[in-house]
Design a protein around this ligand. Structure first.
Ligand SMILES: *[C@@H]1O[C@H](CO)[C@@H](O)[C@H](O)[C@H]1NC(C)=O
Ligand SMILES: *[C@@H]1O[C@H](CO)[C@@H](O)[C@H](O)[C@H]1NC(C)=O
Length: 377
C-alpha cells in the first residue's frame, strides 16, 4: 500500500493533535496512578488470603476430587453382580488363593509380622496371629468359594409361575474406614468381603499404621487384583469426612470410636455399618477347680494386656466370686503380667493418658466395694 502525502499528513495531524491535547499529568495521576494504588491497597488487604502453591494443593477440594471422581464411576449395580461379569467371582477366587499362598510363605509372613510390630505395639506372636488369620481367611475364599458366597435363593409363590428371588447384590461405591489396632486383619477382611460381592471401595486405614495395608495392596495387585477396583487413601479424618460428604458412597463400613461413629451415622444419613468397641466384662462364677486356675489366669492376662489391651475381646473389667480369692488366681495373674515388658513389645506405651489421669482413675475404681489393688513391680 502506498500512502499519499495527504494521508500521512492527516495521520500526523491526528496524532499530534491527540497528544498535544492530552492533559498528561492530571490524567496520568487520576487515570493510572490512583487505580494502581487502589489495586495495591486491595492486594495488601487481601494479603492473608494469598495462597502459596503448596497451600493450594493442600486444599481439601483438590485433595479429594480424584477419589470422588473415581467412586462416581462405579454404578450402583457394582462392578459385578449375579447378572453382570460373573467371571469376576472366579477372578477373586484366584486372587484369594494366590494371596493366601503368598502369606503362607515364611519370608512374606515374617515381613508383615515385623511391619505390624513397627507401627502397632504387640508381641511377635500377637502380630503373627493377625497375619495368620488373614491368610486363613484368604484360603477360605479360594477357588469357587467367592461364587458360593453370592448364592441366591428362590421361594415358591401363591400362584403358578410366581416365585420370589433373593440375590446377593452389591452396594456399588462404598467406603471402608479402619482403626490402628489391627493394621492388616481388619482392612483385608473387610476390603476383600466388599470386593467379593462386587463393590468398589475407597479404603482409609488409620494413617499411623497405613503402611502395612499399603504393602498389602501391592501384594494383592501382584496376585492379580485389578488396580482400578480399590482406591486407597491416606488422609486425616477431616479430609475423609469431606470426601464422604462429596462422594456420598452407598455404604460406609466404619470400625473405630463411638464418637466418630455417631457423627458418621448422622452425616451419612444412616448408610453406615458400624463395628465398634465394647466394654467387656469377665465374670468368674463360684465353681473353682484348682487345676483350672493356671489356664484362667493365662486367659485373663492375655485378654487384659496382650496387644496392649487394644482388641475387641479385651478384658475391661474382671468380676470374681469370693471363692476365687482363696485360690492363687490373683497372684498368678500378677506373675504373668509382670513378665511383660516394652523391649519385646508384649506391652505398649500409653501415649494419650497421663499418669495423673490414670492414678485418678485407679482411685475411683478402688471406691467400688470389693475392688482390689494388685501392685505390680
Ligand atoms: C469360610 O467361609 C464361610 C463362608 O463361605 C464362612 O461361613 C466360614 O466361617 C469361613 N471359615 C473361616 C475359617 O473363615
Ligand atoms: C464355694 O466353694 C465351696 C467349696 O469349693 C462350695 O462348696 C460352694 O458351693 C462355693 N460357693 C458357692 C456360692 O457356690
Amino acid at each position: 500500500m502506498v500512502l499519499s502525502r495527504d494521508t500521512i499528513h492527516t495521520f500526523k495531524q491526528f496524532y499530534c493533535k491527540e497528544k498535544s491535547e492530552a492533559e498528561l499529568p492530571p490524567r496520568l495521576f487520576l487515570g493510572s496512578i490512583l487505580p494502581i494504588f487502589l489495586g495495591l491497597f486491595i492486594l495488601y488487604l487481601l494479603r492473608p488470603l494469598k495462597l502459596k502453591r503448596y497451600q493450594a494443593l493442600n486444599l481439601l477440594k483438590y485433595k479429594t476430587w480424584a477419589f470422588v471422581e473415581s467412586l462416581s464411576k462405579c454404578p450402583k449395580h457394582g462392578l459385578h453382580n449375579p447378572f453382570k461379569s460373573p467371571e469376576r467371582y472366579l477372578l477373586y477366587g484366584d486372587i484369594s488363593a494366590k494371596a493366601a499362598h503368598m502369606l503362607s510363605l515364611p519370608k512374606v509372613s515374617d515381613f508383615f509380622t515385623r511391619l505390624i510390630q513397627r507401627v502397632s505395639p504387640k508381641s511377635y506372636q500377637q502380630a503373627f496371629g493377625e497375619v495368620y488369620v488373614t491368610q486363613k481367611f484368604l484360603e477360605n475364599f479360594s477357588g469357587d468359594q467367592v461364587r458360593f458366597l453370592a448364592r441366591s435363593f428362590a421361594v415358591p409363590g401363591n400362584h403358578i409361575g410366581q416365585q420370589s428371588h433373593g440375590y446377593r447384590w452389591p452396594y456399588g461405591p462404598v467406603s471402608i474406614i479402619t482403626p490402628f489396632n489391627f493394621p492388616l486383619e481388619i482392612p483385608v477382611l473387610q476390603l476383600m468381603g466388599a470386593l467379593y460381592m462386587g463393590n468398589k471401595p475407597v479404603l482409609k486405614v488409620d494413617s499411623k499404621v497405613s503402611i502395612v495395608m499399603e504393602q498389602m495392596m501391592r501384594l494383592l495387585h501382584h496376585c492379580g487384583l485389578p488396580a482400578e477396583d480399590v482406591d486407597f487413601i491416606n488422609s486425616d479424618g477431616k479430609t475423609m469426612n469431606k470426601l464422604l460428604m462429596e462422594a456420598n458412597p452407598r455404604m460406609t463400613l466404619f470400625t473405630g470410636s463411638s464418637r466418630v461413629a455417631e457423627k458418621l451415622a448422622v452425616d451419612m444419613k444412616g448408610r453406615v455399618k458400624l463395628e465398634d468397641a465394647g466394654f467387656d466384662w469377665k465374670i468368674l462364677g463360684p465353681d473353682v477347680e484348682e487345676w483350672q486356675v493356671d489356664y484362667v489366669a493365662w486367659v485373663c492376662d492375655q485378654d487384659a494386656y496382650a496387644c496392649s489391651g487394644q482388641k475387641c475381646s479385651a478384658q475391661s473389667i474382671l468380676f470374681m466370686h469370693e471363692n476365687w480369692s482363696t485360690s492363687s488366681l490373683i497372684s498368678k495373674i500378677k506373675d504373668l503380667a509382670e513378665r511383660r515388658k516394652l523391649e519385646d513389645l508384649t506391652v505398649g506405651p500409653v501415649l494419650t493418658v497421663t499418669t495423673d489421669a490414670m492414678l485418678e482413675h485407679k482411685k475411683k475404681l478402688l471406691q467400688i466395694t470389693g475392688s482390689k489393688h494388685n501392685h505390680l513391680r
